[in-house]
Design a protein around this ligand. Structure first.
Ligand SMILES: *Cc1c(COP(=O)(O)O)cnc(C)c1O
Length: 394
């Protein structure tokens, strides 16, 4: 056996083997999976904008006007009008002096963190931060100190212990696997007290929380106060790419020093055009954000009524913790057979022993189909003995 085959075998044995599922057709509240319609509860297209006609047309128009690709990195010859226009729109939307586009959220986090923290400095990172933040910390040749999830007292004691070292505090705004919200006012207060910078990743917050979907930083009234805000165009904004909002000076520094910006091709005009149209829709139709929050509440309550509480979640990300990887995937498969497509999430995405079935709600779901889905998941959980109370069907 080759060593790659052996490593794959080990993943299978540990219940950690992953494979790709093929979606037929565009993203939507219901999709075709292997020829069968299922309720899609694992897309980040929270507002239904990826398939919105206006957004698709804007992508097509940008392709016709500006071309399919940007041809070079921004600093060489890839800097085009659509990039600058979208950056201005994003900066205004988020309440910042400047914004800078990146190829993806992964690239934005890894490049920005590595640029802002160097040798002799310390990055303080929440234990449940996204993998792109963890990789950014690894790339930054700074020391990384992990604080307990959303535990500002723990962070405070770690900051005191590190007194004197320049520091960067990094957190998800809405946590991607738990659906809870960072304690931003306290984090900013700690950052100010200890002379540290604060970076908040709004990947799951933009379009989903805060006034008009402006994010968790805006919800806390801290727009322009938090030093650096990262967001993606790939989730609620229905496109692809990402951005960093900060002061003009910080953005100028990132243009010079963020390696994932400097050494990567500028985002393609169709993706940029689509994101801009998505922002237009979001600003014109803020009720989408309210529908998303209302739908999330419906699903949380319906799952709780089945005995499946999503502890901690206050957002459109609704996880039910199972524990081990194998029963999690069994529940995932059985829910899918019943027409409910949610993803089982296992290590290394979440810590050992906290595998979960993770639902993400969309503004375009019907409340009734969410209630029915919760019923199906409850039935699937009873079938495999995860819920002891009721009789096992069939
Ligand atoms: C999805 C996600 C990213 C990565 O964004 P992409 O644009 O998909 O690369 C970064 N941070 C968080 C918290 C995410 O959930």
């Amino acid at each position: 056996m080759t060593d790659v085959a052996a490593r794959l075998e080990e993943l299978r044995e540990r219940g950690l083997y992953r494979r790709l599922r093929l979606i037929e057709g565009p993203q939507g509240p219901r999709v075709l999976l292997a020829g069968r319609e299922v309720l899609l509860l694992c897309s980040n297209d929270y507002l239904g904008l990826a398939a919105d006609r206006r957004v698709r047309e804007a992508a097509a128009e940008a392709a016709l006007r500006w071309g399919a690709g940007a041809g070079a990195s921004r600093l060489i010859s890839g800097n085009m009008e659509p990039h600058r226009e979208l950056e201005d729109r994003l900066a205004a939307f988020k309440g910042y002096g400047r914004a800078l586009l990146f190829g993806s959220g992964y690239l934005a986090n890894s490049g920005t963190i590595a640029a802002l923290a160097g040798p002799g400095e310390t990055v303080f990172s929440d234990a449940l931060n996204h993998a792109s933040i963890i990789d950014g910390c690894r790339l930054a040749r700074a020391e990384t100190v992990v604080y307990r999830h959303n535990d500002v007292e723990h962070l405070g004691s770690l900051l005191r212990a590190a007194a004197g070292t320049p520091a960067l505090i990094v957190t998800d705004g809405v946590f991607s696997m738990d659906g809870d919200v960072a304690r931003l006012p306290e984090l900013l207060e700690l950052a100010r007290r200890h002379g540290a910078r604060l970076l908040v990743d709004e990947a799951h917050a933009t379009g989903a929380v805060g006034p008009g979907g402006r994010g968790a930083v805006a919800a806390a009234g801290l727009s322009g106060e938090v030093d650096v805000v990262v967001g993606t165009l790939g989730k609620a904004l229905g496109s692809y790419g990402a951005y960093v909002c900060a002061s003009a000076e910080t953005v100028d520094y990132l243009v010079n020093r963020a390696r994932s910006f400097v050494f990567s091709t500028a985002p393609p005009p169709p993706a940029v055009g689509a994101a801009r149209a998505a922002l237009d829709v979001l600003e014109a139709e803020p009720e989408r954000v309210e529908r998303l929050a209302a739908n999330a509440r419906v699903l949380r309550e319906a799952l709780a009524a089945e005995g499946l509480a999503a502890a901690g979640s206050t957002t459109q990300i609704v996880p039910i913790e199972v524990g081990e990887a194998e029963p999690t995937m069994e529940l995932c498969e059985r829910a899918l057979k019943r027409g409910v497509f949610a993803q089982g999430i296992r290590p290394p995405t979440v810590p050992e022993g906290s595998s979960r079935l993770r639902f993400t709600v969309m503004a375009t779901h019907e409340p009734d189909e969410l209630r029915r889905a919760a019923g199906q998941v409850g039935a699937a959980a009873r079938e495999i003995g995860l819920l002891k109370s009721a009789t096992i069907a069939a």
